[in-house]
Design a protein around this ligand. Sequence first.
Ligand SMILES: Nc1ncnc2c1ncn2[C@@H]1O[C@H](COP(=O)(O)OP(=O)(O)O)[C@@H](O)[C@H]1O
Ligand SMILES: [Mg+2]
Length: 150
Amino acid sequence: MFTRILVPIDGSEHATRAVDIAGSLTGQDGVQLTLLHVLTHAGGYSVPKELQAYAKVEHIRVTEKDLIESVGREILGNAAQRLRDQGVAGVEERLESGDPASVIAAVAEGSGADLIVMGRRGLGDLGGLLLGSVSHKVAQAVDCSCLTVR
Ligand SMILES: Nc1ncnc2c1ncn2[C@@H]1O[C@H](COP(=O)(O)OP(=O)(O)O)[C@@H](O)[C@H]1O
Ligand SMILES: [Mg+2]
């Protein structure tokens, strides 16, 4: 039914549920599943002191960007492994940076995704919101079907 499924993930439990559901939709041959993580390099976070100290001893330079990127790769790698464990092969991993909702919508468009599966909420802690801002914006911005997983 759906042939190009895009799964934007932020490392949250909600997104992990989205990964599992997307995986279960890949039963037929020829379904391409793409995991996407969007790095948000806000500049507002600094590298933890302990890590800086470690880096100094080891003579390596750790920037905030390095850290965020490695966490992003970790998020993608873990989700891809989770899918492989469920027997889903050929998963594509994409790491991009920018405004998450805009990047997700642009990747969906550019890759011809016909379904986006994402968490209804993410890592944010604004408990009063019904939908997270990313899932809300993406659902508004794209033409393809969108499944927000609870
Ligand atoms: N940086 C990101 N990269 C990729 N996907 C994301 C990102 N942030 C959020 N998402 C997706 O959007 C879903 C909803 O998250 P979000 O709208 O940010 O809610 P919240 O406000 O609770 O964080 C997540 O479960 C995930 O699927
Ligand atoms: Mg969020």
